[in-house]
Design a protein around this ligand. Sequence first.
Ligand code: NAD
Length: 286
Amino acid sequence: MNGRLAGKVAVITGSTSGIGRACAHLFAEHGACIVVNGFPPEAGEPVVEAIRSAGGSAAYCHADVRRSDDLKQLMQFAVDTFGRLDIVMNNAFCGHSTNAIEQTEEDWDDVFASSVKATYLGCKYAIPLMTKAEAEHEESAGPVSLRGSIINTASVHGLLGSTNNAAYDAAKAAMINLTRQMAVDYGPQGIRVNALCPGWIATDEHMEWVQSRPDQARRQQMIYPLGRPGTMREAAYAALFLASDESSFVTGHALVVDGGLTIQLQDSLANKIERSIREERQAEFK
Ligand code: NAD
């Protein structure tokens, strides 16, 4: 079998669209069997079909990541369908985030349930399956051997504060430290746990929004040192590295994939904005 994930089985929550779907395709191209998950179930079929028609293996499993029983069944589905579980990407997200005063408790709970709690529960149910499958195949344990890779899709919002995003920023920050905590607990069992921290990744939904706001293209050019938001494929390649044994000595890490968005001092950003405003004014007077 060829590919960087040959022989591995991956569950990717929220893989019916966006970053998760891009990871499903890329991981499958690299030899992994994929459990596709997300809403609605009909959205899973095209992803599964595309992977199969490209020669890969995939199956859809319906699970609402806010529900404990669903997550338990999702992880078991991977073992029942493909015989083992090696990679889990806790990626699904739903809920509305705004400032603390306007944030409803219901939305706050939804944001935390679909991100922090789903990550905790996904790991709670996946790790015993990952360690059990490998232990059965190993004759002697020896030094810690790799048994699983967990990738938690956090965000640059988990590293910094932003406007009107109380629940989202808090939840993504919690995911990053939960990642570190579980990396400490489960490293001795050969489980690596890492977080992916994308900046703005241009999903279909985001592109629609940008196209409805022409000022956004110029804004993005200004705020990203690389001059643009990322593509879903670029986020997926970073996840592929974390999923594969190429990152065998990387655990508890928060991998930032943001085109340099969060490396700038605020004064350089302010200078860019000032320069841009000046140029716009000069253009108006010409
Ligand atoms: P998306 O809306 O395209 O994908 C979300 C996926 O989650 C979909 O497949 C959806 O069906 C699924 N989903 C939603 N609620 C679910 C639930 N309760 N149970 C199971 N599945 C559910 O979004 P995306 O932009 O690809 O985001 C994916 C992840 O990346 C999220 O965790 C998001 O916070 C994170 N992220 C995205 C960006 C970005 O710019 N796109 C940046 C940083 C972080």
